[in-house]
Design a protein around this ligand. Structure first.
Ligand SMILES: [Zn+2]
Length: 252
């Protein structure tokens, strides 16, 4: 399996990060992990982690909740990071109006600047979207870019718009939660060639371990749930999600 969205640089992995990662790859069938950056210093750490572990890849970007201290020079730093060999995507980037809409315009400016960079470099993007779907689609569809919406929580109508334009949709632990109605509907709807799996670890641990620290090993509960929803074998979901991730992110 491939975890297309993780945060192993989080301090909750401070004590056991490297050993945990090696164990996941060697013993738990985790073929590859894409570690997502949230700001420039964070993206530097993400690149370093990816350079240390052959099966870890990096996404570098400025997340919408981290735009407060944004300077134009951050974009130059980002471009430098994106040229490092293990970096496979621009992310996570997007819009998040959940806590505040006061910085909407700044969020959009930083998001658009990064979409522009992804377009120029022909790199896929990893999108973080929360309570901002109309603005988010307006931004992404202005650029010739493709990628994935991570922990997708949008409607089926939104899913269709994205799928029609070649986007991928990624599912994590939320699809296993007891109150998960919309994610389950979407998980049944996304075609075989556009579905991805992720953890967003250390957050969003699948049921029945919700609340515990998440890691890529728990992704098997998400895959199991996807298999049940779609009426196919576990191994089939494992196979197609791995194949799709390799294709989108250019992983061998
Ligand atoms: Zn994330």
């Amino acid at each position: 399996m491939i975890d297309t969205h993780a945060h192993y640089c989080d301090e909750r992995f401070e004590a056991d990060r490297d050993g945990l990662l090696s164990g996941l790859h060697e013993n738990e069938n985790v073929y590859a992990i894409i570690e997502a950056g949230c700001d420039i210093p964070g993206s530097v750490r993400v690149c370093e982690l990816a350079e240390k572990h052959p099966f870890v890849y990096a996404a570098a970007g400025i997340q919408p909740q981290e735009v407060a201290g944004f300077r134009e020079s951050d974009l130059d730093e980002l471009c430098k990071l994106l040229s490092r060999p293990k970096v496979v995507a621009v992310g996570e980037i997007g819009l998040d109006y959940h806590y505040t809409t006061e910085d909407k315009e700044l969020q959009k400016r930083v998001f658009r600047a990064q979409l522009e960079i992804a377009q120029q470099l022909k790199m896929p993007v990893v999108i973080h979207e929360r309570d901002s779907i109309a603005d988010c689609l307006e931004c992404v569809f202005d650029y010739d870019v493709c990628g994935t919406f991570h922990a997708f929580s949008g409607s089926r109508e939104t899913a269709k718009k994205l799928l029609d334009r070649g986007w991928y949709i990624s599912f994590g632990g939320t699809v296993t939660f007891k109150n998960a109605r919309v994610p389950v509907e979407n998980a049944a709807y996304v075609p075989d060639d556009r579905i991805l799996t992720e953890t967003d670890c250390p957050y969003l641990t699948p049921h029945p371990f919700r609340g515990k620290r998440n890691d890529s090993g728990y992704m098997r509960f998400t895959i199991q749930k996807l298999a049940e929803i779609r009426g196919v074998e576990y191994e089939y979901i494992e196979h197609i999600t791995e194949r799709n991730a390799k294709e989108l992110f250019g992983i061998a």
